[in-house]
Design a protein around this ligand. Structure first.
Ligand code: CMX
Length: 138
């Protein structure tokens, strides 16, 4: 697999409304998009830093994985997302053959229309890892 860059860093927050002003007013970034990803039960807010994004994640219900995460560990870094050049499907096949436990057996649609898949943190040294590709750039 060929990783081109860190696509985004996912950060779990209790409230986008409270978190966005920190990124805008203290760190001087601009929130360019707020989007709900219904099947993941999250609302997201995006900031651009070079070619990498910061994705703030707010749970939209108590059964959201982000709500569970915050309950257990508190707010903070939730996942690391890599952009792969040769397709998420190929990358999944490759890492599964190498013994990595997959959360998603096949790519699905994530925020911003990306094809995404998650690898289980229990087989990625504790870091919930996402692989992404932009179907527009294929
Ligand atoms: N990073 C690292 N470890 C994590 C984690 C995270 N984000 N979330 C859970 N874990 C760990 C837990 O601490 C726990 O470890 P211990 O057993 O040692 O305590 C273990 O994983 C199981 O955790 P759990 O609370 O029982 O949670 P679940 O098994 O229900 O789910 C996970 C964990 C990773 C499979 C689930 O969160 C998942 O499927 N994540 C992928 C989807 C996702 O995160 N969506 C939200 C973002 C969507 C987006 O960016 O658009």
């Amino acid at each position: 697999m060929k990783i081109s860059h860190i696509e985004h860093l996912g950060i779990a927050v209790k409230s986008l409304e409270q978190a966005i002003p920190y990124y805008e007013n203290i760190l001087g970034m601009k929130c360019y998009s707020v989007e709900e990803v219904a099947d993941q039960k999250v609302k997201t807010a995006f900031f651009m830093v070079g070619q990498t994004k910061i994705e703030l994640l707010e749970a939209t219900g108590p059964e959201s994985t982000v709500a569970k995460f915050i309950e257990k560990k508190g707010e903070g870094i939730h996942h690391l997302a890599f952009a792969v050049e040769d397709g998420v499907e190929n990358a999944l096949k490759e890492v599964e053959e190498k013994g990595v436990r997959l959360i998603d057996k096949a790519p699905r649609k994530g925020a911003e229309g990306l094809n995404i898949a998650f690898l289980h943190p229990k087989s990625t040294l504790g870091v919930l890892t996402e692989l992404c590709e932009d179907p527009e750039k294929k």
